[in-house]
Design a protein around this ligand. Structure first.
Ligand code: FAD
Length: 423
């Protein structure tokens, strides 16, 4: 590759990766390990893309609440989870019912909550059987989920006969994971996510979620060039030319790891719709008395905008100064006017979920993320074709699954494909 700009002498390398999110970093690392000279150009002032942590008054807040699941196969393979100091949430969920706060937990991993589960009011045998019919395949071979017949998760719940209070809980929980509550996402994608929740205990790195991409970036010989926004990619006979403001580079291979919408603008791959989320971060003198788990609505979606809340500091004390508490509450961003719930709506509903007065809660920060996750409609297609010309490939979560796992896998797949073609 040749790079020219006002400050650098022209340099040469093999691959130029555009975008330093998880996919771009994973791709760069894999190619570098194979001995290639790789450079990464990133538009933002920092690596990580959609995984970014803000520090405000000593509180750590990720740009939209998200968790790292150490059960993701790509995380196990490529990430030093031990070095991240993962602070895990409990394996279960708190549920707001009309008359009480219930806890549903995996009794094998949370034996201390067995009595809570027994008195939760959710142990109706017919409904548990319906839940097992629907969720059971999540624990079977993952290959069947990726290649079998698929439908939407809403249709899947109907087909399994899940109804009543247990369905309301499942709907709340899943909506917070896939960022839609119409039931339109691929059922098999939802099952893959449930499989990960069953196998792993998600958590937050000691230094915030941003520590994950930073760990990947730290392994790169050539540091990521930040504040370089690419605006054009032109393919030639034996490579491609990349143009950014004041900077031009040519490389044998250009990897577009920018996220779906920019990839569509740059090289024309069709982008899926994006799902949005708003996360409010509150601090308060006394934390709600709840286990370190996600809390969801059990009374139906019309009860309020919040899809999940959590006393973050109950699981991850490093997210606040000593002795302080931090609660996150996340709601969907919908299209059109009024599509983003107000802080007051979120605060009121979060108070209801925990059964506490939020009068003395203070908003530390609000993150609005309109483009958080690519839609994952059925049938699930985990390996979209990446080649966008002889010398350009596209990777990112939109090419695999809408997740940390999907972003890492797609970055690795883009690199492996190039190595396969050229070696
Ligand atoms: C709020 C939220 C919650 C989430 N929760 C979870 C969760 O709990 N579990 C889970 O598994 N996943 C979750 N995800 C999804 C996960 O974070 C993403 O799937 C993953 O980070 C996507 O990585 P990526 O590399 O594909 O894309 P991105 O992170 O979007 O990276 C693209 C990069 O390209 C850069 N770029 C864009 N345009 C240009 C340009 N023109 N020139 C140069 N650079 C450019 C961007 O700045 C960015 O750094 C969540 C995401 C969000 C936002």
């Amino acid at each position: 590759m040749t790079v020219t700009d006002n400050c650098d002498a022209p340099s040469t390398c093999d691959v130029l990766v555009v975008g330093a999110g998880l996919a771009g970093l994973m791709c760069a690392r894999t190619l570098q390990r194979a001995g290639l000279h790789v450079q990464v150009w990133e538009a933002a002032d920092h690596v990580g893309g959609r995984i970014r942590t803000d520090e405000v008054d000593g509180f750590l807040m990720d740009r939209g609440f998200q968790v790292l699941n150490p059960a993701y196969p790509a995380v196990q393979q490529h990430v030093d989870v031990g070095a991240l100091g993962l602070q895990t949430f409990g394996s279960g969920a708190g549920v707001r019912r009309d008359d009480r706060f219930a806890v549903l937990a995996d009794p094998r991993r949370e034996p201390g909550h067995l009595a809570d589960v027994l008195r939760s009011g959710y142990l109706d045998p017919a409904q548990l059987a319906a839940l097992a019919r629907w969720a059971g395949p999540a624990l079977g071979p993952p290959g069947r989920l990726k290649h079998g017949p698929d439908t939407s998760w809403g249709a899947g719940l109907d087909a399994a006969g899940l109804s009543g209070p247990l369905r309301a809980v499942v709907e709340s929980f899943v909506a917070g994971v896939v960022l839609e509550d119409e039931g339109s996402t691929s059922q098999d994608f939802v099952r893959l996510q449930l499989r990960m929740f069953a196998l792993g205990a998600p958590g937050l790195p000691r230094e915030g979620m941003q520590a994950l991409p930073e760990q990947l970036a730290a392994g790169l010989v050539h540091p990521v060039r930040t504040r370089v926004r690419v605006h054009a990619i032109e393919q030639g006979r034996s490579g491609a030319t990349v143009r950014a403001d004041g900077l031009t580079g040519t490389a044998r291979l250009v990897v577009v790891a920018t996220g779906a919408r920019v990839a569509q603008d740059l090289v024309g791959v069709p982008a899926p719709a994006m799902k949005g989320v708003v996360t409010d971060w509150f601090t308060m003198p006394v934390a709600p008395d709840a286990p370190p788990m996600l809390v969801v609505e059990g009374r139906g979606a019309t009860s309020g905008p919040v899809k999940n809340a959590a006393v973050v500091t109950a699981a991850a004390p490093s997210y606040a100064p000593p002795g302080r508490h931090l609660v996150q509450a996340s709601a969907l961003i919908r299209d059109g006017a009024g599509g983003i719930p107000s802080v007051e709506q979120v605060r009121r509903h979060t108070g209801e979920l925990y059964g506490v007065d939020t009068g003395d809660w203070e908003l530390v920060h609000r993150h609005e993320v309109p483009e958080a996750l690519p839609a994952q409609a059925p049938p699930l297609r985990t390996r979209r074709p990446m080649q966008a010309g002889d010398s350009v490939v596209v990777c990112g979560d939109h090419m695999d699954t809408a997740s940390i796992q999907g972003a890492l896998v797609s970055g690795h797949r883009a690199a492996a494909g190039h190595l396969h073609r050229t070696c």
